[in-house]
Design a protein around this ligand. Structure first.
Ligand SMILES: [Zn+2]
Length: 466
C-alpha cells in the first residue's frame, strides 16, 4: 500500500473511531466478532458435507424373492427412500410390518432395513441442526448395515452439546470402523481440545493429513487447523483451568490469575440475566472460556486483527499480562457469552448476522444497553442484504457501521414491544424453528424483516436516539 493511500486509510479509521466514540459505543466492543458460521464444525463445508450420509450414499439391501404384493410394497418404500422422505418411509414400513397379507420373508427383510431408514432420518435432522431430534433415531440405527455412521452422528451430536467424554467414546469407535474419513479426526481433535488434551488434538490433525484421499481444500483446512492448534499448544504449559457453574475457564496462571474470580462472577450473573429476562435456556454443559495471551490470539484464532473476542464454539478472549477486570473486559465477556448462548438456543444453526451481533451488543450492559445516543453522522443505513451475511466480507469501515446498525435494528425491534417481551418471545421460540431467516424469527412477533428494516433505516436517517 502506498504512503498516501495509507494516510487516507488512517484518516478514515480515525473518523470512524471518532464517530463511534461520540455515539457512546466503544469501538473495541463493536470489533468483537462471532465466528458462528465459521465455527469448527462448519468451517470446511466439504469436510462436513462429504461424509454426511444421504439417500444417495445409504442403501437398502436387495430384497429376497417376493410375490406381487411384497414387490409393490418394496417399491413404495424404495421410492420414498430415494427421495429422502425418511419419516414417511418409516411410517409406511411400520404399517407394512403390521400387515397380515405381506409375506413373512418380506417382513423379515423389512425389519432389517428399519435401522437404515432411521439413520437417513437422523442425518436429515443433523443437517438441519436438529441433533435432539436425531438422537432417538441414531440409537437404533447402530444395529443396521451402516452402524458406523450412526456412531459418527452420535459423536457429532455429543460434541455439539459439549459432552466431550461421550463424543470421544463414539468417535473413537467410529474411527476404528472407518479410518479413512478425515472429518472424524477433526471431530475427535475437537473433543480432545475440549478436554485440554492439545497434544493429542495436534496428533489427530496431523494424522488426518496423511490420508491419501484428501482433496486440496481438505488438506488446506487441516494445515490451517494444525497451525492454530500449535499456537494454542504454546499456551498450555502456563495455563490453569477452573470449572465453576456453567463455565470451564482456561487462563494464564502467572499473568491472569487476578481475572478469574471476577470474570466467573460476571459470566454467572449474566447467564441468570439472559435466562430470566430474555428467555434463554440454561446451558446444558459447561461453556469453555479461554483467556489467550494477546500476542498469541491471532495465531490461535485467525480472526481479524481488530477483534477483541471471538466465539468459535469456545469463547476466546485476548488479554494482556496483569490486565485488570474493568467494564471494557466485562462487556466483552457478556458479548461473547450472548453469542455462546444464542448459538445453543438456535441449535447451532446460522442466525442472520444483524440479529446475532445486535443482540450481543444489546446484552453487553449488566441490565442491557437500552439507549443509543445519536451523534451527527451522514453514514447511510446499509442495504438490507448487508445485515444478513458475514460482516467479515465488508471493509473495516462498513463492518463497524454494520455492527452499530445491527444494534440499532435490535433497539428498534425492542421499542415496539412492552419491556423486553418481543425479544424474549423471539428467543424462546428459536429452538422450535427449522428455518432461521430474518422473516421467520420476526414472524414470532407478527413482524417481518422488510417492516423492521424500513422502520430502523428511517429512524437512522432522522437520527433518532433511544
Ligand atoms: Zn459479536
Amino acid at each position: 500500500m502506498s504512503n498516501s493511500r495509507q494516510r487516507i486509510r488512517l484518516f478514515l479509521v480515525l473518523i470512524a473511531f471518532l464517530a463511534l466514540s461520540q455515539d457512546g459505543v466503544r469501538p473495541h466492543i463493536l470489533a468483537t466478532v462471532s465466528q458462528l458460521e465459521t465455527s469448527p464444525l462448519r468451517s470446511a463445508p466439504d469436510l462436513t458435507e462429504k461424509a454426511k450420509p444421504t439417500s444417495e450414499t445409504l442403501h437398502l439391501d436387495s430384497a429376497p424373492q417376493e410375490d406381487g404384493e411384497s414387490k409393490a410394497a418394496e417399491q413404495t418404500l424404495r421410492n420414498l427412500f430415494r427421495e429422502a422422505h425418511f419419516s414417511e418411509a418409516i411410517l409406511i414400513a411400520q404399517n407394512q410390518l403390521r400387515s397380515e397379507t405381506l409375506s413373512v420373508i418380506y417382513k423379515e427383510w423389512l425389519r432389517e432395513q428399519l435401522p437404515t431408514l432411521k439413520l437417513g432420518l437422523a442425518w436429515q435432522f443433523i443437517r438441519q441442526g436438529r441433533c435432539e431430534d436425531a438422537q432417538s433415531y441414531l440409537e437404533p440405527a447402530q444395529k443396521g448395515n451402516s452402524s458406523a455412521l450412526a456412531l459418527k452422528g452420535l459423536g457429532y451430536c455429543a460434541l455439539k452439546r459439549r459432552d466431550s467424554y461421550a463424543a470421544l467414546d463414539y468417535l473413537q469407535h467410529y474411527v476404528e470402523k472407518n479410518p479413512m474419513d478425515p472429518e472424524s479426526y477433526i471431530l475427535l481433535a475437537e473433543a480432545k481440545e475440549s478436554l485440554g488434551l492439545m497434544d493429542e488434538a495436534l496428533q489427530l490433525t496431523q494424522k488426518a493429513q496423511s490420508l491419501e484421499t484428501l482433496t486440496d481444500e481438505e488438506r488446506d483446512e487441516l494445515q490451517h487447523r494444525e497451525q492454530k492448534i500449535t499456537a494454542k499448544l504454546d499456551e498450555v504449559p502456563a495455563q490453569g483451568e477452573i470449572s465453576a457453574g456453567y463455565f470451564l475457564l482456561r487462563f494464564q496462571i502467572q499473568e491472569n490469575q487476578n481475572l478469574v474470580q471476577g470474570s466467573l462472577e460476571i459470566l454467572q450473573n449474566h447467564v441468570q440475566n439472559l435466562v430470566q429476562n430474555l428467555g434463554f435456556e440454561y446451558p446444558t454443559n459447561p461453556i469453555e472460556v479461554i483467556f489467550h495471551r494477546q500476542d498469541n490470539f491471532n495465531r490461535s484464532t485467525h480472526g481479524p486483527e481488530w477483534s477483541s473476542g471471538i466465539y468459535d464454539g469456545r469463547m476466546r478472549i485476548p488479554v494482556q499480562p496483569q490486565q485488570i477486570l474493568d467494564e471494557n473486559l466485562a462487556r466483552v465477556l457478556r458479548h461473547e457469552l450472548t453469542h455462546a448462548m444464542l448459538s445453543e438456543q438456535a441449535r447451532h444453526q446460522f442466525l442472520p448476522r444483524w440479529f446475532q451481533e445486535g443482540l450481543a451488543q444489546f446484552a453487553e450492559c449488566p441490565q442491557f444497553c437500552l439507549s443509543y445516543r445519536f451523534a451527527a453522522t451522514s453514514q447511510r443505513f446499509l442495504n438490507p442484504e448487508a445485515f444478513e451475511q458475514s460482516f467479515q466480507q465488508l471493509s473495516d469501515m462498513e463492518a463497524q457501521l454494520a455492527y452499530r446498525q445491527s444494534l440499532y435494528l435490535i433497539l428498534t425491534l425492542n421499542r415496539q414491544y412492552q419491556g423486553l417481551s418481543g425479544l424474549k418471545q423471539i428467543i424462546q421460540q428459536l429452538p422450535q424453528l427449522n428455518v432461521m431467516s430474518s422473516d421467520q424469527i420476526l414472524s414470532q412477533v407478527g413482524s417481518d424483516y422488510r417492516s423492521l428494516y424500513t422502520l430502523a433505516s428511517e429512524g437512522w436517517t432522522q437520527q433518532k436516539s433511544f
